[in-house]
Design a protein around this ligand. Structure first.
Ligand SMILES: C[S@@+](CC[C@H](N)C(=O)[O-])C[C@H]1O[C@@H](n2cnc3c(N)ncnc32)[C@H](O)[C@@H]1O
Length: 269
């Protein structure tokens, strides 16, 4: 049986390849971001609120655009990611923009080994926990990285979306975390024809698995929302029904596509 380390290594190789394509893609709009446009979505902006002067740990930050967007809004940011290519790009972007975010290359499960501080906010979003086999140790790490009274915030694609095949024609995968899902990957969501090939390994996580992992880690759920659209056109067969909001063609308004959650760590425990 393949061990998690081998899954992580395969995923890292794919994310390294994807980063090279993503940073020059229209999807990520790096040129617009460099020119001052925001890349955060109205979901996390409305729900997380003011981050000015707050320390913020961004888990699975990819090549740092969202992290640096929070930094531009006054947060003191540390981003971590498994992909060394992504972290190198994030550091370059930080320097180019004259910001003072820190970026660290590590597996999310090893965050505490590499990042010693505790934070006011731990943030993660859109395409993160699907790369993680186990949410109990993920949530425990998050609780450990929060200061007393600190906030954990996640905006993530809804597990219902991950039940479908790539073209959204039928239900292919279990809603729950039953097993590792191996996919022979070609291309990426910013360019389906990109020269990227390799096996990737992911896991589906039900809403109850997420909630129970956080509750078990001692966090108090303060907000939970389901959104009937995606703020990104990263799936096949999407239609933009309103600026910045996408549905799956044929399922308009029928399935949740994103959920968001805010949880806090008790001031004294
Ligand atoms: C979809 S991206 C992050 C989402 C972010 N909103 C974005 O698009 O910029 C997923 C990121 O998770 C990272 N990743 C995957 N598995 C990881 C792990 N075990 N530990 C840390 N980072 C991981 C990948 O390298 C990738 O940069």
């Amino acid at each position: 049986m393949i061990k998690n380390e081998e899954y992580f290594q395969a995923n890292k190789e794919l994310w390294n390849q994807r980063t090279i394509v993503h940073k020059d893609s229209d999807f990520y709009n790096l040129a617009g971001f460099k020119a001052g446009e925001s890349v955060l979505t109205s979901i996390e902006l409305a729900e997380l609120g003011d981050v000015k002067s707050k320390s913020l740990l961004h888990l699975q930050c990819h090549f740092g655009m969202d992290s640096l967007d929070w930094a531009r809004r006054g947060a003191i940011v540390t981003g971590i990611d498994l992909s060394d290519t992504a972290i190198d790009e994030a550091k370059k972007l930080n320097d180019e923009l004259g910001l003072n975010a820190k970026f660290v290359c590590c597996n999310v499960y090893d965050t505490s080994l590499h990042v010693k501080d505790q934070f006011d906010i731990v943030f993660t979003s859109y395409g993160t926990i699907g790369w993680l086999p186990d949410l109990v140790s993920w949530a425990k790490m998050i609780a450990g990285k929060l200061k007393p009274g600190g906030i954990f915030y996640i905006a993530e694609f809804h597990p219902v979306v991950w039940m479908f095949d790539d073209d959204f024609t039928h239900i292919k995968y279990s809603y729950e975390n039953k097993e590792v899902i191996m996919t022979e990957n070609e291309g990426t969501y910013t360019d389906r024809n990109a020269d990227i090939k390799g096996k990737e390994y992911s896991w589906n996580h039900s809403i109850s698995e997420v909630l129970n992992a956080l509750i078990k880690a001692g966090l108090k759920i303060e907000l939970f929302n389901e959104h009937m659209y995606s703020p990104y056109p990263c799936f096949r067969n999407t239609v933009e029904f309103e600026k910045g909001k996408w549905h799956i063609k044929g399922m308009e308004g029928k399935i949740p596509m994103v959920y968001s959650l805010k949880a806090t760590k008790a001031i004294s425990s």
